[in-house]
Write a protein that binds this ligand. Structure first.
Ligand SMILES: Nc1ncnc2c1ncn2[C@@H]1O[C@H](COP(=O)(O)OP(=O)(O)OP(=O)(O)O)[C@@H](O)[C@H]1O
Ligand SMILES: [Mg+2]
Length: 407
């Protein structure tokens, strides 16, 4: 028994060692483990006041998400750090975007309203929710995925019916939803794509958000009402492309503060982010690649032009119906680099761009290939006159024409 105990690792140690058997069996660890060392460090050095139930002070939560701009944070001599944690750390920015947005999110979460992150797909709404809950509550696992099939039970509680029939309604037979668990633990709960739930199902959250209490009429006495512990709140996300927030009831909207997450505004920051994320994705699958810098520039420029409907030169572009998000650009950059790593004969990553682009663009609308061709005949051709890389792209136009597509 004692021997077993000696080899058991702490959570922070497990997070720091990607070679642990548990990690090697998982495609992706949750944020609280991926950044376990940073969070443990911040918790140890954070002496600022924290809202009740929070693991970090608001300022440190924002540092964790937005980074420290290359500056190192030094642990005070008196700070007790977990073993193997360095005494000084530079925090990388995980969310690329305005610090003020993250500050407002943090302020909302410490108040009496929930936080609703809205925006186009792939703008890091879910990532923000995951990072905020990992930093504030130490877990991002209390999550509900909103679907058309979600019922009130998914948001409140259900029953273990075998036990219910056998012994009647009693606390042991209750199956808590993540919301109920978060209320009991005083933790943040994430509701992904809330607007995909039916409005009447969403409305189960109204009383939870306003009274901070959940009634369980089947149970008598104290067990019949659960009061939210300090630290509990909701982070919901809503995608403007799916069912919009317009169908949400006014009563529920009033109980959330809305924050709109926009695509990354600075092209250079987007190039850096796409490169970093693609590298990280590939490393998780055991590939240690060099993501081609030219590829990143071509990809990000193309995605931005098609997303914005306008190039930096001021030329207008017909926008495809598909979403040209940063997240999609990361996926394409990783896929092209992976193809280069798998097939030694593949030495020209740019030559793969049109094929992968079609895979992103050609999803909803059969006219989207024509829009892509128009982009090639416009901006790509014009740039090809003065830039060798765009010339190479222009020469690949036949890939778009020859592809056999059907939707
Ligand atoms: N501003 C950003 N900062 C950091 N990463 C970003 C940013 N925008 C996009 N990404 C990248 O995009 C990925 C996908 O983001 P995420 O899934 O959180 O988007 P989403 O807004 O929830 O999309 P959806 O609406 O489709 O659910 C992130 O993991 C990250 O790699
Ligand atoms: Mg999402």
């Amino acid at each position: 028994m004692a021997k077993k105990k000696a080899v058991r690792k702490t959570k922070a140690e497990t997070a720091a060692s990607p070679a642990s058997p548990q990690d090697s069996a998982r495609q992706q660890a949750p944020a609280e483990e991926r950044y376990g060392e940073e969070l443990a460090f911040l918790r140890a050095i954070d002496s600022a006041p924290r809202p009740a139930g929070w693991q970090l002070s608001p300022e440190r939560v924002v540092d964790f998400l937005c980074g420290t701009d290359g500056e190192s944070i030094r642990a005070p001599a008196a700070a007790q750090l977990p073993a193997d944690t360095s005494r000084s750390m530079k925090l990388e920015a995980k969310f690329v975007g305005p610090r003020s947005l993250v500050e407002r999110c943090v302020v909302t979460l410490a108040g009496e309203r929930g936080l609703l992150l809205v925006g186009q797909p792939g703008t890091a709404k879910s990532m923000l929710g995951e990072l905020l809950s990992a930093a504030i509550s130490g877990t991002s696992a209390l999550t509900i995925q909103g679907t058309a099939g979600a019922s009130e039970d998914h948001l409140r509680y259900g029953w273990n019916y075998a036990m219910l029939l056998d012994q009647g309604p009693r606390p042991e037979a209750l199956v808590p939803s993540p919301v109920l668990t978060g209320m009991k633990q005083g933790a943040l709960v994430r509701i992904e794509e809330i607007t995909r739930c039916l409005p009447e199902v969403q409305d189960a959250l109204i009383s939870i958000l306003s009274e901070r209490r959940l009634m369980i009429p089947e149970l008598s006495g104290e067990a019949g009402s659960v009061f939210a512990a300090p630290g509990f709140n909701l982070i919901a996300t809503a995608n403007l492309r799916d069912r919009g927030v317009s169908e949400m009831s006014a009563a529920l909207k009033r109980r959330f503060n809305f924050e709109t997450v926009m695509p990354i505004s600075d092209p250079q920051q987007e190039v850096l982010l796409v490169g970093d994320r693609a590298r990280a994705v590939l490393q998780e699958s055991g590939i240690t690649p060099e993501v081609d810098r030219r590829l990143l520039e071509i990809l990000v420029t193309t995605f931005r032009d098609l997303r914005d409907g306008r190039t930096d030169e001021g030329w207008s572009v017909e926008r495809p119906a598909a979403v040209m998000s940063t997240a999609e650009a990361v996926t394409v950059a990783a896929a092209i680099t992976r193809q280069g790593a798998f097939f030694a004969s593949q030495k020209d990553p740019v030559s793969l761009v049109p094929g992968y682009l079609l895979g992103v663009v050609f999803k909803d609308n059969s006219d989207d290939r024509d829009r892509l061709l128009a982009y090639w005949d416009g901006p790509v051709r014009r740039r090809s006159e003065s830039d060798a890389l765009w010339k190479r792209m222009y020469e690949l136009r036949h890939v778009l024409e020859d592809a056999e597509l059907e939707i």
